[in-house]
Structure formats: C-alpha cells, structure tokens
Design a binder for this molecule. Structure first.
Ligand SMILES: Cc1ncc(COP(=O)(O)O)c(C=O)c1O
Length: 418
C-alpha cells in the first residue's frame, strides 16, 4: 500500500514505488519516457488559492502575479490565469505568454535589470499594469519607446534597492547595494525631484522591492513593506502618487520535507503592513513563484548505470544539470526517492547520484539512501522540482529538453500550449 507523504497530499510513496496524482511513476515513464517532469496542476492551484486568500484577508486589493520564471510551462500558467492570477514576466516572450493565457494586461508586471527595447515595446504595446524600472536611465528609455509607438499614460514603477541583505544562498540574494538589481533609494528621490515634471508619456505610480529568493524570515518582507511606504510618503513632495506597492516574490519553501515558512506570516508582513500603515487604498502585488509551484512537481529519471568509484556508489541517471540545474548552480539539495525499483528488498546502501553531462558538478548530491538497491532501469524521483526546474532546463551537451506532463483527476496529459 502506498502512503501519502507528509505535507505532499498529491504524492504517495512506499519503498521502491511512487505515485503522483494517483498515477504510478512507472506508468508515466512507460508512456512518456525520461527525464520527465510530472506536475500535479491541482496542487499548483491549491497553493495559489492559499496565497491569495492569506493576502486578501489582510488587504482589499491584491494581485498575486505569479513569477513565470519559476515555471513557465504553458499548462501551469494557464491554470493559474484561469484562477485569476496575474503574471510577473521578464521578457517580450513572457508578455506574450501571459496575454495568450488570458491574463488581463493590468495584472501583468514586467521586471528585469536589463530589458531590451523589444521587451519594453511589448510591455508598452500590451499596456501592462506596471513596468518596473531598474535604473533611472530605463525610465527615459521607456519614455522614448512610448514616443516611438505614439503611446501615453504607461504605468511605471521603480524597483528600489534598499540594501537589504536577506539570509539566503548568495546566488539568490538580490537586495545588496552593489547588486545589479534596482535603484538606490536616494537616486529614486533625486530622479523624481528632477524628472517627474518632465515625463510626458509615463507616470511613476509604483514602488517595488525584491531582496532575493528562498527567504524564510518574514521580517525581511516586513522591512521591505515599511520602507516602500516611507519612500512613497517622501516622494509626495515631488508630486508622485504611488498607488501600487510590489513586494516581489521570494518566500522560501522547505526542500527537506518540513513545512516551510507559513504563508500567513508572509501575508501579514506584506499585505498586512500596507493596511496597518494606512495604505489600504493602494494595490499590493506579490510576485510569488517558488512558493506556489515548488512542491507540485517531481522529476522522474531512469538509472542508466550503477558503479563503484573509490568507495563511492554512483547511480548515474538520465537527468542532468541540463534538466535540473539547481543542485549544480546553488548546491541545492532535493530529496531523491526510489520511484520504481525492480528489487524492493530493504537496503540502506547510500548513493551519489550523477547525470549524463560531462561536468563534475553534474550531480544531485551525495549519500542518498533510498531504502533499496538501485539497478539499471530503475526510476528515481527528485522531489519538489516544480520551481526553477523545467524553466531553467537547457540543451547543454546537445540533449533534448525534458517533457512535462500533468496529472489531474487521475489522468495524465502533455502540457497544452497556450
Ligand atoms: C523580481 C523578481 N520577482 C519575483 C521572483 C520570484 O521569486 P520566488 O520564486 O522566490 O518567489 C524573482 C525571482 O528571483 C524575481 O527576481
């Protein structure tokens, strides 16, 4: 009998067997091959609804603008759009995808420290709800893009760099003063004093802060919200009326099977702070990505070879850093379990798990005990692979991009296009 995993109601596991959305992993592998991302869409929708409810109970006007970079599979973003989610995108293609999935233009936000003129033109043409500028020069470029398109009245915000150093992996921290992200607070003030009266085609109406990803301390989000409100008050003297506060994404999840930071505390630190500070009139945008999608997905990969090397037992699988980059890029440790083992005899043998790519960093980590002995043809599952998994995959080493299939209502299907 398979048992439901704690905190993962869509996953069932027993020694050497895994099912997701009620479908055995091996049935999916036989039908679709490996490496294979398998996403339970109901789980994605459930997490979105939880976030929306927590934020909306603390502030009236909230846009949960899902960060497409975390998972841009059309079926995922379309399911979220159907539930009313907004979209945070960082490129022309992101704008197109959000619109094709039915997200209203006013619920689309575009961010990014180095947007191309094409990215900006796509956002301007679509009339997105907010273009967050990451340099003062970018505001002037947006003006000129609007002029060349003959457009006025576009809504622009500043991503502010408050020099907030959040506790997270160095590669996921974005809020430090010398990072490439955002505009220093004092520069925003100076720009607004000098340039706002001269802007003809754009209006500065938004303030945004995103200090990093995989952050578990709600205090970071509270500090950001408080500073955003303070800054909006200071900008009033320049005639700037901020009507939208964006707290970025960044809420962390637990990759070791724990509960992770509670969404209620995040909602209180963000939406709750704006309400308490007398900004119940403003729109609050949350760009959650990871928190919504991380645990919805497993990555199934087949064991090609098992071998001993200098005292280490290697299980060499067909997914690599090209399929799932997080372990190689951030040293991220995901749980790996035996999704289908031919021999289910109990074993405490430990494995290092490596991929097919010719890089020493192409491993999922070391010392995995899967409860069984692995052999060629077995299937293992990397858990919580829904965020920054398929969206970061590449064809490095001339390998094909992995497929994603959805499971819902006991049935599986390939991700539909948008
Ligand atoms: C500006 C911005 N917003 C939102 C996100 C989404 O963050 P997360 O997936 O941690 O919620 C990111 C990711 O780094 C980001 O850079």
């Amino acid at each position: 009998m398979l048992l439901t995993m704690q905190g993962r109601p869509h996953i069932e596991l027993e020694r050497g067997r895994l099912a997701i959305g009620g479908i055995p992993a091996m049935a999916l592998v036989e039908r679709y091959g490996t490496p294979l991302y398998v996403t339970d869409v109901d789980r994605v929708v459930e997490r979105y609804a939880e976030a929306k409810k927590a934020l909306s109970s603390r502030h009236e006007n909230v846009n949960v603008a899902f960060a497409y970079k975390a998972n841009s599979t059309p079926g995922v973003v379309r399911a979220l759009a159907r539930e009313g989610a907004g979209a945070t995108v960082v490129s022309e293609e992101g704008v197109r995808l959000a619109r094709a999935c039915g997200v209203r233009p006013r619920d689309v936000v575009i961010d990014g420290p180095s947007k191309s003129d094409e990215d900006l033109a796509a956002a301007v043409k679509a009339g997105v709800g907010m273009i967050n500028a990451e340099s003062v020069e970018e505001v002037l470029v947006i003006e000129s893009v609007c002029a060349s398109l003959g457009v006025r009245g576009r809504r622009v915000g500043f991503r502010v760099n408050f020099d907030i150093r959040a506790e997270t992996h160095a590669g996921l921290a974005t809020g430090g003063r010398s990072h490439k992200f955002g505009v220093a607070r004092e520069e925003v003030v100076r720009f607004c004093e000098e340039y706002v009266p001269r802007l003809e085609r754009v209006t500065i109406v938004g303030l945004h802060s995103h200090a990093g990803s995989q952050i578990s301390d709600p205090g970071v989000f509270r500090t950001e919200a408080e500073r955003l409100v303070e800054l909006s008050e200071e900008l009033r003297t320049s005639g700037v009326r901020i009507d939208e506060f964006n707290v970025g994404g960044g809420l962390g999840v637990s990759y070791d099977g724990g509960g992770g930071p509670p969404i209620g505390e995040y909602a209180d630190a963000t939406a709750g702070t704006f309400s308490r500070k007398g900004r119940g009139d403003a729109r609050v945008v949350s760009e959650l990505g990871r928190w919504i999608v991380a645990d919805s997905t497993v990555l199934l990969t087949r064991v090609n070879y098992v071998k001993e090397a200098g005292g280490t037992s290697w299980a060499l699988v067909d997914a690599g850093m090209n399929t799932f980059l997080r372990p190689a890029l951030y040293g991220a440790r995901h749980r790996v379990v035996a999704a289908h083992a031919a021999d289910r005899t109990e074993s405490d043998r430990a494995y290092d798990i490596g991929g097919p790519v010719c890089e020493t960093t192409d491993t999922f980590g070391s010392g995995f005990r899967l409860g069984v002995q692995l052999a060629r043809g077995d299937v293992v599952a990397v858990l919580d692979a829904g965020a920054y998994g398929s969206s970061m995959s590449s064809t490095y080493n001339m390998r094909p991009l992995p497929r994603t299939v959805f499971v819902a209502g006991g049935r599986a299907r390939v991700s539909p296009a948008c």
